[in-house]
Design a protein around this ligand. Structure first.
Ligand code: ADP
Ligand code: ADP
Length: 223
């Protein structure tokens, strides 16, 4: 099954839509696939990821998540859908400094008024090798550990899709490889789909498929 699909997707910016950040892009991503999106700076990667994640409305075209046309939804409905289906990971970890690792991981679930599946969260923290760090504040964690906490936070609500924007962009190469290895292990273990933007060719090669974007279009790896 296709978990993610775009149809004639367009996002234009500027006067008379002069900047064609995403330009008539068709993409299909299968359930449980790990896809890396690569391309030079300004090629449209971030814009595409935001559109895939329901964070920004397209100029034209469609994004389908599990066959649902997400931009046919009103903002509030889309926000609920996004919280249920998608986990986001960014370059900067954005952890709450006064909360420990465990509290950071479960915060979005608490804010959503949902019950935390403590067995699952513990398993997740073990998979990401941060269970022994559960009571540490972010300031007492290394960069790689902080990103693993941010990854656990994204996965904690059991979303079917994980969208990651340069998840290793703030880590040295050895730590990047280790963190991405654990992220990959986690999404495979919990049967999630992972779409990741990266500048790093070595990191991209850990994906099942590499999609290269130029000028808002797919030039390699589309289908
Ligand atoms: P990448 O992530 O590959 O670096 P982006 O998606 O960020 O590329 O940007 C694609 C193009 O769209 C660039 O030319 C960028 O300057 C432009 N762009 C992105 N966001 C905006 C915005 N909010 N307003 C105007 N132009 C934008
Ligand atoms: P990243 O690509 O690291 O995720 P951003 O999403 O913040 O960074 O921005 C991506 C690109 O879009 C950058 O090149 C930036 O210059 C451009 N951009 C972002 N917002 C705007 C904007 N409001 N106007 C013009 N360009 C923008």
């Amino acid at each position: 099954m296709n978990v993610l699909e775009t149809k004639n997707l367009k996002k234009f910016y500027g006067k008379e839509n002069i900047v064609k950040a995403v330009n008539n892009l068709d993409l299909t991503i299968k359930e449980k696939e790990f896809v890396a999106i690569v391309g030079t700076s300004g090629s449209g990667k971030s814009t595409l990821l935001h559109l895939l994640g329901g964070l920004d409305r397209p100029t034209d075209g469609k994004v389908l998540i599990e066959n649902q046309d997400i931009y046919s939804m009103k903002n509030e409905q889309l926000a609920v859908f996004r919280r249920r289906k998608i986990g986001f990971i960014f370059q900067f970890f954005n952890l709450v400094p006064v909360l420990n690792a465990y509290e950071n991981i479960t915060l979005p679930i608490e804010l959503d008024g949902k019950k935390v599946d403590t067995d699952y969260v513990q398993d997740l923290m073990n998979t990401l090798k941060i269970y022994d760090r559960r009571e540490h504040l972010p300031s007492a964690l290394s960069g790689g550990q902080q990103q693993r906490v941010a990854i656990a936070r994204a996965l904690a609500s059991k979303p079917s899709i994980i969208l990651a924007d340069e998840p290793t962009g703030n880590l040295d190469s050895k730590t990047s490889e280790e963190v991405l290895g654990l992220l990959k292990l986690s999404v495979k273990k919990y049967h999630q789909t992972l779409v990741m933007i990266t500048h790093d060719d070595y990191i991209a090669r850990m994906a099942d498929r590499i999609i290269r974007i130029e000028d808002g279009k797919i030039v390699e790896g589309g289908r």
